[in-house]
Design a protein around this ligand. Structure first.
Ligand code: PLP
Length: 464
């Protein structure tokens, strides 16, 4: 019998370039998969506090060593579990938010307005008013928002400092849904419009060109374009540019489905991104009246490899065409990124036996609930644990409350583990439901049990 897991781990072990290989059976930072499952159940999101901190420090120091006036505003939507955001804030990250809800979360986590960046194509008036009151950096997306901010200024009885979001033709298709276009002159026109308003002050330029951008040339062109605009704004005295914000999009080590090589080999390092951005920045900055703050808004590059999704096998079956399906207890409801990424997967403990090609599928009643196709796994059976790596970006925040309640999120902190979010229970799922009197089940007993209700109401259909 061959020992398969050694090679499996070598082939797919996570941890990023240069990281020590993950030992078989180790879920996160020396804590075993089995002990996590025994304590918290399965499925389970497991966060590595050490990786979060290491990533944030590494990203910031790569930029600050080249351009000291850099701040990192962590993109909340990428994963806004409070304990994750709090860890990153402890390391000095600001918050990048795109809704009133995220703004509230950042405030609740103690972030002052001056360390919050507010983006997004829809900012309701009340949220704009609150953000301006708090001194949040607001990057304007459209003319309607500009008009709203003028009204905000009237209500606050003071001018409001703003940034504008711009877009450029940087990739194909261009990311042109957001902000004002540069090439057409729209962006400069908006700068003039702001200058003409007594109520607003232009203080920043923002551009976010997409997500998982593994080509650093895009960032070179983006910063060069932003600085060109900044120089024009300064030369024409249309504003006083205090910051340039290059958004997020830095690739994680996850692997895109269509990609041949693993993401670990193709994702640029933090230093490569930093070099691509800081070289043009340092060259242009001499022509500006001040060194602008460089704001960066990474999400996936910070959080993706800091989270593992632990799932357990519930069944192994054969399809008529001979494929083996390994059914696990968490699917695209918990790992929606499996639609686009080939997540690394390792078995949760060492087993002997020949490995075989299998499809790993989730528990949802959907044919498309597939986590990995045609992947090599050692023998697994009911109860075996599988660990999906790079499960931190757009997973928890994009997870679906479809059919199954969502599982807990726990963090490994040194040798200890803590719950960051408890698992959902049935009462959480129905807490917001209301029952109009004419629909109320007839007996109190039946209202406590939906299954009985269906029968008590005589519809007799029930669910399979
Ligand atoms: C404005 C803005 N900033 C930052 C991010 C974070 O992107 P990523 O997770 O790819 O770094 C996004 C995500 O789409 C975004 O829209």
């Amino acid at each position: 019998m061959r020992r398969e897991l050694g090679s499996l781990t070598k082939q797919w072990g996570g941890g990023g370039p240069g990281a020590p290989p993950i030992a078989v059976g180790e879920a996160v930072d020396g804590v075993s998969a089995q002990s996590l499952k025994t304590k918290y159940g399965s499925p389970l999101y497991v966060v590595s506090e050490a990786t979060l901190r290491k990533n944030l420090r590494g990203f910031l120091s790569a930029f600050r060593s080249r351009y000291p006036e850099t701040v990192l505003a962590y993109s909340y939507k990428t994963n806004y579990v409070s304990g994750i955001c709090a860890t990153l804030h402890q390391e000095g990250a600001w918050a990048e938010v795109v809704s009133g809800f995220e703004l509230e979360r950042a405030r609740a986590l103690g972030m002052p307005g001056s360390q919050i960046v507010y983006n997004g194509p829809y900012k309701p008036f009340d949220h704009l008013l609150e953000a301006a009151r708090l001194g949040v950096r607001i990057n304007v997306d459209n003319l309607e928002e500009l008009a709203d901010l003028e009204e905000v200024s009237r209500q606050l009885k003071r001018p409001v400092k703003i940034g504008i979001r711009v877009n450029m033709r940087l990739n194909d298709p261009p990311w042109d849904k957001f902000g004002f276009n540069m090439e057409s002159g729209q962006a400069l026109e908006v700068c003039r419009r702001i200058h003409g308003s007594k109520l607003l002050r232009l203080a920043g330029l923002h551009l976010h060109a997409g997500t998982y951008l593994a080509n650093v040339e895009i960032y070179k062109r983006a910063i060069t374009g932003l600085l060109d605009l900044a120089m024009t704004v300064e030369a024409q005295r249309l504003g006083d540019i205090e910051y340039v914000d290059l958004g997020g999009g830095y690739a994680s080590r996850n692997t895109i489905l269509s990609q041949l090589l693993p993401g670990e080999m193709t994702a640029p390092s933090y230093a490569e991104y930093a070099e691509a951005i800081s070289a043009p920045l340092k060259a242009c900055v001499k022509r500006l009246p001040r060194r602008p703050l460089l704001i960066l808004e990474p999400g996936r590059a910070i959080v993706d490899d800091a989270v593992t999704l632990l799932v357990s096998v519930v069944a192994v079956k054969k399809t008529p065409d001979g494929r083996t399906l390994v059914v696990v207890d968490g699917g695209v409801n918990l790992l929606p990124t499996a639609y686009y990424f080939r997540h690394d997967v390792v078995a949760g403990r060492e087993v002997e036996g020949d490995s075989a090609r299998v499809d790993i599928v989730g528990p949802l009643c959907m044919q498309i609930d597939v986590l990995r196709r045609d992947v090599s796994l050692p023998p697994v059976s009911r109860g075996s644990i599988l660990l999906f790596r790079n499960a931190g970006a757009y997973t928890v925040s994009n997870s679906m409350q479809f059919i199954y309640p969502r599982p807990p999120v726990v963090v490994v902190s040194g040798r200890e583990t803590h719950v960051l979010r408890r698992g959902e229970r049935t009462e959480d799922l129905v807490r917001l439901d209301e029952m109009p009197a004419h629909l109320a089940p007839r007996s109190a007993a039946s209202s406590r049990n939906g299954h009985k209700t269906a029968r008590a109401n005589g519809n007799g259909r029930g669910h399979s």
